[in-house]
Ligand binder design. Structure first.
Ligand code: AMP
Ligand code: MG
Length: 353
């Protein structure tokens, strides 16, 4: 028996239309599901650059969900901007501006963040035997670092400024959440520690949003979260102190912070001599033995304060201090351009010279 044949003959235009509609629907589903993390999409790199704390702040988050990463980065940068407003002594309305204004007069109520940085700074001052000292501001101002009008100060002015530098005359009161500078004319400068603290808080903001792989860099104060998606560590370069375009080494990090203090960051030269911005609180002069001090630590505040501190302490005392601190390592370059390292650095460090 012969069955009847039915032929549907759809016009080509209709067939193409149906295919296109399906493709568009599929694209829409992918567009909605992929970024939300429902779909095991490929890992993406989301980065952001901004200008904060008078420096370029760069960050990078590895994620499967671009929108989530952007949201976390917004939190991190907002937190950094909030803290900068509290800690910048050049703003009269900042906590530090107010503390300085009231030196010798009265204690000033401060935010938790300000209190925390100052308390940690005083601990590190004690640890470094005063080599790291946040009451350094009168000396920094005398030399003109910060204002841009740099010059060698005369001896009388230097002695007068030195008399205002002493971290033991900072009086924190945890009950009142206040800070008092005991002498009129005293001034705090958190330039050697605040960036590290801010980087830590920015990293905490990323962690709070569930970020597991990220890099946050405020002008060389760097903290990394986790490792890279392929399981490899973050590779951080250490700049050659006498050649800006060259790296002297690189360091591999996971879940750590790294900060370098260098005599090449801010300086002026007079009669062929370099005068830089890291001053010895005991002499009022820029120190000469070390030209670059890098510290690796679990957090950026510790790395920041200690890199400035050991820069002043010098090679022998600086390294001895680092060796006494668990989880903290250092790479120090002395004026003869020799690279020295603490005993725990190991194969985290790769020299390029
Ligand atoms: P850093 O680049 O972290 O080493 O910080 C250097 C900045 O810290 C300088 O620009 C000063 O504002 C401040 N500073 C300079 N000397 C000292 C010191 N001995 N202790 C603490 N802060 C210092
Ligand atoms: Mg520092």
């Amino acid at each position: 028996m012969k069955r009847p044949h039915f032929h549907f003959h759809l016009p080509n235009r209709v067939i193409i239309g149906i295919i296109l509609a399906h493709l568009m629907l599929a694209a829409l589903v992918i567009y909605i599901l992929l970024p939300s993390g429902w779909w095991p999409g490929r890992t993406k790199k989301v980065s952001r650059t901004d200008f904060l704390m008078t420096t370029v702040v760069e960050s990078l988050v590895y994620t499967r969900d671009r929108r989530h990463a952007e949201d976390a980065l917004s939190d991190a940068y907002q937190e950094a901007a909030r803290l900068e407003k509290l800690l910048d002594r050049y703003r009269a309305t900042s906590d530090v501006g107010k503390i300085n204004e009231a030196a010798g007069l009265s204690p000033v109520d401060v935010s938790n963040a300000t209190y925390e940085v100052i308390a940690r700074a005083l601990e590190i001052a004690a640890l470094t035997d005063g080599a790291f000292d946040i009451t350094i501001a009168p000396l920094v101002d005398l030399w003109g670092f910060g204002t841009g009008d740099t010059h060698i100060p005369d001896q009388d002015a230097l002695q007068a400024a030195l008399a205002k530098v002493d971290y033991r005359q900072v009086v924190p009161d945890r009950e009142d959440m206040s800070v008092f500078l005991a002498q009129p004319g005293m001034k705090l400068d958190l330039g050697g520690i605040a960036k590290g603290y801010i980087v830590d808080k920015a990293a905490e903001a990323l962690l709070a949003k569930g970020v597991t792989s990220a890099y946050f860099d405020a002008g060389g104060d760097i903290r990394v979260i986790g490792e890279k998606p392929d399981g490899s560590p973050w590779r951080i370069g250490i700049r050659h102190p006498r050649n800006r375009n060259k790296l002297i080494a690189h360091v591999d990090l996971k879940n750590q912070a790294i900060v370098t203090s260098g005599d090449y960051e801010r300086y002026f030269t007079a009669d062929g001599v370099r005068y830089h911005h890291i001053l010895d609180p005991k002499t009022g002069m820029p120190t000469r033995e070390i030209i670059s001090a890098t510290v690796i630590a679990p957090d950026a505040l510790t790395a920041d304060a200690l890199s400035t501190g050991i820069f002043v302490l010098g090679l022998e005392r600086g390294l001895a201090l680092i060796e006494s601190l668990p989880g903290v390592e250092a790479i120090i370059i002395t004026a003869d351009e020799t690279v020295h390292e603490s005993s725990g650095v190991g194969d985290q460090l790769e020299l390029r010279i």
